[in-house]
Each structure stands twice: as structure tokens, then as C-alpha cells.
Design a protein around this ligand. Structure first.
Ligand code: SF4
Length: 212
């Protein structure tokens, strides 16, 4: 990300944060991964329970590592050896104090768009954990809801499929064909346009490219 892009992001961030606030969510702007990590940890009191959904961004800023080394109860789905164990961990995460994740896209006026296969991530964003903390690189900002969905479907999802041992068309072609493959990761779509509960959803914008 070059200086001009970073300058533009600084100007745009205020609009996104106002949009989030108008939707009963909290927004913050940080310049670096390190600042984002510090901000996230400042929002999570020691002793809290927490878990996460699939997210490259929380890994990239070091948040997973930091909470695993800190004084928290961590429901770590990454270390589960069987699908049953993983499901149990995800169900525990629904009752956690904090859920850590990113978003597939965010609009300039603060709407969050997410696509999920297993749906534990979109379910936890919508309901369950008492708080949601999202780490969002400014590369995920889209003009409006239509562009956010386009980004989630045509950028985030086809890149995401590269990470998994699955058989879907976009993994071979790089382009979404709206498949109904058994392995599709595009099963559930969540648009978060408002949070019923004040102080539940916190979005930490980062002036770097994070995730995809
Ligand atoms: S719908 Fe299918 S082809 Fe499109 S991104 Fe999802 S998995 Fe890939």
C-alpha cells in the first residue's frame, strides 16, 4: 500500500467510523498491525473467554498468539483433531465473552458483508458471543453494499478456497461461477446493517492490507 493510498484511507476512515456508529457499532482506525493488536487487547479484559472464526487478519496482526499467551480462557478450534471436537469448541465460542474475526467486506457507510461455508463465523457475528472484535484491513472497504457483496463473492471467496483441500470451480479458474458444489464455501451470506446491542461489535480498521 503506497503513501497516497494510505492518505486516502485516513480520509475515508472517518466516514466509515461514523457509519458504524450510526449502526450502533464501534469503529477505530489504526495505522499499523501493531497498533491494531494493542487496540484489540485493550478492548478485552483479562480473564475473558474468547474464540474465533476462520480469519487470516487476526493471525497476521498476532492477535491469536497474544491471547493464547495471555490470561484468557481460549476456545481454540484450530487444535481440534476431530470434527466433533471442533464443533464442541465452536459451540463453546457462542457462549464466550469475545469473538475475534474479520469481515469479507465493509462499505463506506459501515455495513459488514460476510460469506461462510460452515457458518460458525457468520452465526457468531450475528448472535452468541457477548462481543465481536473485527480486524479489518482497509483493502476490504467497498463503495456500497452491492460492491461489498461483489468483493466478498469474487475476491475474498475464490482466494479463500485456495487454502482448503476442497473441489470447487473457482479453485481452478480463480473466478466465481456461483457453484453448487458440495464443497462450496458460499453457503450462508450475512449482511450486518445494525447491531441491536450497543457496544457488542467493534471494528478495528487498519491502514494496511490484511487478509483478502
Ligand atoms: S460459489 Fe463456488 S465458485 Fe463461487 S466463490 Fe463460492 S465456492 Fe467458489
Amino acid at each position: 500500500m503506497d503513501l497516497n493510498e494510505k492518505n486516502r484511507n485516513r480520509l475515508l476512515a472517518g466516514k466509515i467510523i461514523k457509519g458504524l456508529e450510526s449502526r450502533n457499532m464501534n469503529g477505530y482506525f489504526t495505522e499499523t498491525k501493531e497498533e491494531a493488536l494493542e487496540k484489540a487487547l485493550s478492548l478485552i479484559p483479562e480473564g475473558s473467554s474468547l474464540g474465533w472464526g476462520g480469519s487470516v487478519s487476526i493471525q497476521e496482526i498476532g492477535l491469536k498468539q497474544a491471547v493464547m499467551e495471555g490470561n484468557y480462557t481460549v476456545y481454540n478450534r484450530d487444535n481440534c483433531s476431530t470434527p466433533a471436537e471442533k464443533r464442541e469448541m465452536e459451540l463453546k465460542t457462542f457462549g464466550a465473552d469475545y469473538f475475534l474475526c474479520s469481515t469479507n467486506a465493509i462499505t463506506e457507510d459501515g455495513i459488514l458483508v460476510n460469506i461462510d461455508g460452515n457458518a460458525n463465523r457468520v452465526a457468531a457475528i450475528a448472535y452468541g458471543p457477548l462481543h465481536v472484535i473485527m480486524i479489518v484491513g482497509m483493502n476490504k472497504v467497498a463503495k456500497d453494499e452491492q460492491h461489498a457483496m461483489l468483493r466478498a463473492r469474487n475476491t475474498a471467496a475464490p482466494i479463500n478456497t485456495q487454502r482448503f483441500p476442497i473441489t470447487v470451480p473457482c479453485k481452478e479458474t480463480g473466478s466465481c461461477v456461483n457453484c453448487k458444489s458440495r464443497d462450496t464455501i458460499c453457503c450462508q451470506f450475512l449482511t450486518t446493517r445494525y447491531s441491536r446491542h450497543a457496544g457488542r461489535i467493534h471494528v478495528i480498521l487498519v491502514n494496511e492490507n490484511l487478509g483478502f
